[in-house]
Write a protein that binds this ligand. Structure first.
Ligand code: ADP
Length: 157
Protein backbone atom coordinates (compact mmCIF):
# COMPACT_ATOMS: atom_id res chain seq x y z
CA UNK A 1 0.00 0.00 0.00
CA UNK A 2 1.69 3.20 -1.18
CA UNK A 3 0.55 6.25 0.74
CA UNK A 4 1.49 9.88 0.06
CA UNK A 5 0.84 13.13 1.90
CA UNK A 6 -0.62 16.10 0.01
CA UNK A 7 -0.05 19.16 2.19
CA UNK A 8 -1.39 22.66 1.66
CA UNK A 9 -3.48 25.52 2.97
CA UNK A 10 -6.52 24.70 0.79
CA UNK A 11 -8.11 28.03 1.74
CA UNK A 12 -10.38 27.04 0.04
CA UNK A 13 -9.93 23.85 -2.00
CA UNK A 14 -10.41 24.50 -5.74
CA UNK A 15 -10.67 22.41 -8.91
CA UNK A 16 -6.90 22.59 -9.56
CA UNK A 17 -6.23 20.94 -6.17
CA UNK A 18 -8.73 18.15 -6.90
CA UNK A 19 -7.22 17.56 -10.33
CA UNK A 20 -3.75 17.11 -8.79
CA UNK A 21 -5.26 14.82 -6.14
CA UNK A 22 -6.97 12.57 -8.71
CA UNK A 23 -3.80 12.30 -10.77
CA UNK A 24 -1.74 11.52 -7.66
CA UNK A 25 -4.15 8.65 -6.98
CA UNK A 26 -3.01 7.06 -10.23
CA UNK A 27 0.46 6.76 -8.70
CA UNK A 28 -0.38 6.15 -5.02
CA UNK A 29 -3.01 3.88 -3.46
CA UNK A 30 -4.02 6.37 -0.84
CA UNK A 31 -3.51 10.11 -0.27
CA UNK A 32 -3.57 11.79 3.10
CA UNK A 33 -4.43 15.44 2.67
CA UNK A 34 -2.74 17.52 5.36
CA UNK A 35 -4.60 20.79 5.80
CA UNK A 36 -2.10 23.18 7.37
CA UNK A 37 -2.77 25.32 10.39
CA UNK A 38 0.13 27.67 10.90
CA UNK A 39 0.10 30.52 13.38
CA UNK A 40 1.90 32.93 11.08
CA UNK A 41 -0.60 32.48 8.22
CA UNK A 42 -3.90 34.28 7.89
CA UNK A 43 -6.70 32.11 6.56
CA UNK A 44 -10.18 33.02 5.35
CA UNK A 45 -11.62 29.68 6.49
CA UNK A 46 -10.82 27.96 9.79
CA UNK A 47 -8.87 24.70 9.81
CA UNK A 48 -12.07 22.79 10.49
CA UNK A 49 -13.91 24.47 7.62
CA UNK A 50 -11.04 23.85 5.20
CA UNK A 51 -10.91 20.20 6.23
CA UNK A 52 -14.66 19.75 5.89
CA UNK A 53 -14.71 21.36 2.44
CA UNK A 54 -11.85 19.19 1.21
CA UNK A 55 -13.52 16.03 2.54
CA UNK A 56 -16.70 16.86 0.68
CA UNK A 57 -14.76 17.62 -2.51
CA UNK A 58 -12.88 14.30 -2.30
CA UNK A 59 -15.91 12.12 -1.57
CA UNK A 60 -15.59 8.64 -3.06
CA UNK A 61 -11.80 8.82 -3.44
CA UNK A 62 -9.31 6.90 -1.30
CA UNK A 63 -8.39 10.01 0.62
CA UNK A 64 -8.06 10.89 4.29
CA UNK A 65 -8.19 14.57 5.25
CA UNK A 66 -6.60 15.86 8.46
CA UNK A 67 -5.44 19.12 9.98
CA UNK A 68 -1.81 19.39 10.89
CA UNK A 69 0.32 22.00 12.63
CA UNK A 70 3.55 20.04 13.12
CA UNK A 71 6.61 19.42 11.01
CA UNK A 72 5.49 17.83 7.79
CA UNK A 73 8.19 15.16 7.90
CA UNK A 74 7.04 14.01 11.37
CA UNK A 75 3.44 13.86 10.19
CA UNK A 76 4.53 11.86 7.12
CA UNK A 77 6.52 9.42 9.23
CA UNK A 78 3.61 8.87 11.62
CA UNK A 79 1.35 8.14 8.65
CA UNK A 80 3.96 5.86 7.06
CA UNK A 81 3.79 7.94 3.90
CA UNK A 82 6.27 7.16 1.13
CA UNK A 83 6.20 10.61 -0.45
CA UNK A 84 4.94 14.18 -0.41
CA UNK A 85 2.79 15.33 -3.34
CA UNK A 86 2.87 18.96 -4.48
CA UNK A 87 1.37 20.67 -7.51
CA UNK A 88 3.40 22.94 -9.77
CA UNK A 89 1.88 25.76 -11.75
CA UNK A 90 4.64 28.00 -12.98
CA UNK A 91 8.31 28.71 -12.66
CA UNK A 92 7.38 31.05 -9.82
CA UNK A 93 6.35 28.02 -7.71
CA UNK A 94 9.65 26.30 -8.35
CA UNK A 95 12.11 28.13 -6.10
CA UNK A 96 10.11 27.61 -2.95
CA UNK A 97 9.16 24.02 -3.81
CA UNK A 98 12.74 23.09 -4.68
CA UNK A 99 13.99 24.35 -1.32
CA UNK A 100 11.17 22.66 0.62
CA UNK A 101 11.69 19.34 -1.18
CA UNK A 102 15.43 19.33 -0.44
CA UNK A 103 14.83 20.26 3.19
CA UNK A 104 12.20 17.55 3.66
CA UNK A 105 14.53 14.96 2.19
CA UNK A 106 17.31 16.09 4.50
CA UNK A 107 15.08 16.15 7.60
CA UNK A 108 12.87 13.17 6.95
CA UNK A 109 14.45 11.19 4.11
CA UNK A 110 11.23 11.57 2.15
CA UNK A 111 10.82 12.21 -1.59
CA UNK A 112 8.57 14.89 -3.08
CA UNK A 113 6.60 14.09 -6.22
CA UNK A 114 5.53 17.06 -8.33
CA UNK A 115 2.43 16.97 -10.46
CA UNK A 116 2.20 19.60 -13.19
CA UNK A 117 -0.96 21.59 -13.36
CA UNK A 118 -3.29 21.14 -16.29
CA UNK A 119 -3.22 24.08 -18.71
CA UNK A 120 -6.75 25.11 -17.85
CA UNK A 121 -5.90 25.36 -14.13
CA UNK A 122 -2.52 27.02 -14.46
CA UNK A 123 -3.93 30.45 -13.48
CA UNK A 124 -5.99 29.05 -10.60
CA UNK A 125 -5.09 29.64 -6.96
CA UNK A 126 -7.04 29.98 -3.72
CA UNK A 127 -6.06 33.67 -3.63
CA UNK A 128 -7.57 34.32 -7.05
CA UNK A 129 -10.73 32.46 -6.05
CA UNK A 130 -11.06 34.58 -2.89
CA UNK A 131 -10.41 37.80 -4.73
CA UNK A 132 -13.02 37.07 -7.39
CA UNK A 133 -15.59 35.86 -4.84
CA UNK A 134 -15.05 38.86 -2.56
CA UNK A 135 -16.05 41.16 -5.42
CA UNK A 136 -19.12 39.15 -6.26
CA UNK A 137 -17.55 37.51 -9.34
CA UNK A 138 -18.46 34.04 -10.61
CA UNK A 139 -16.37 31.17 -9.22
CA UNK A 140 -18.71 28.42 -10.44
CA UNK A 141 -16.19 26.80 -12.79
CA UNK A 142 -13.27 27.19 -10.40
CA UNK A 143 -14.46 25.43 -7.23
CA UNK A 144 -16.91 22.67 -6.24
CA UNK A 145 -20.49 23.80 -5.59
CA UNK A 146 -20.30 23.56 -1.79
CA UNK A 147 -17.18 25.77 -1.79
CA UNK A 148 -18.96 28.32 -3.97
CA UNK A 149 -21.75 28.41 -1.37
CA UNK A 150 -19.29 28.75 1.51
CA UNK A 151 -17.58 31.67 -0.25
CA UNK A 152 -20.94 33.40 -0.78
CA UNK A 153 -21.61 32.90 2.94
CA UNK A 154 -18.27 34.43 3.92
CA UNK A 155 -18.48 37.44 1.66
CA UNK A 156 -22.25 37.84 1.74
CA UNK A 157 -22.41 38.52 -1.98
P1 ADP B 1 0.31 26.19 0.09
O1 ADP B 1 0.02 27.33 1.02
O2 ADP B 1 0.98 25.04 0.77
O3 ADP B 1 0.95 26.57 -1.19
P2 ADP B 1 -2.11 25.79 -1.48
O4 ADP B 1 -3.45 25.41 -0.95
O5 ADP B 1 -1.98 27.11 -2.13
O6 ADP B 1 -1.14 25.62 -0.24
O7 ADP B 1 -1.61 24.69 -2.49
C1 ADP B 1 -1.49 23.34 -2.12
C2 ADP B 1 -0.78 22.58 -3.22
O8 ADP B 1 -1.57 22.60 -4.40
C3 ADP B 1 0.56 23.20 -3.61
O9 ADP B 1 1.44 22.16 -3.94
C4 ADP B 1 0.24 24.03 -4.83
O10 ADP B 1 1.34 24.20 -5.68
C5 ADP B 1 -0.81 23.13 -5.48
N1 ADP B 1 -1.68 23.90 -6.35
C6 ADP B 1 -2.40 25.01 -6.06
N2 ADP B 1 -3.09 25.44 -7.12
C7 ADP B 1 -2.80 24.60 -8.14
C8 ADP B 1 -3.19 24.51 -9.52
N3 ADP B 1 -4.00 25.41 -10.08
N4 ADP B 1 -2.69 23.49 -10.26
C9 ADP B 1 -1.83 22.60 -9.70
N5 ADP B 1 -1.42 22.62 -8.42
C10 ADP B 1 -1.91 23.60 -7.64
Amino acid sequence: MKTAIYPGSFDPVHNGHIDVLKRALKIFDKIIVAVGEHEDKKYLFSGKERKRMFREAAKGLNVEVENFDRMLVDFAKKKKAKAIVRGLRAVSDFDYEFQAALMNRKLGDIETVFIMTRGKYSYLSSSVVKEVASRGGKVKDLVPEHVEKALKGKFGV
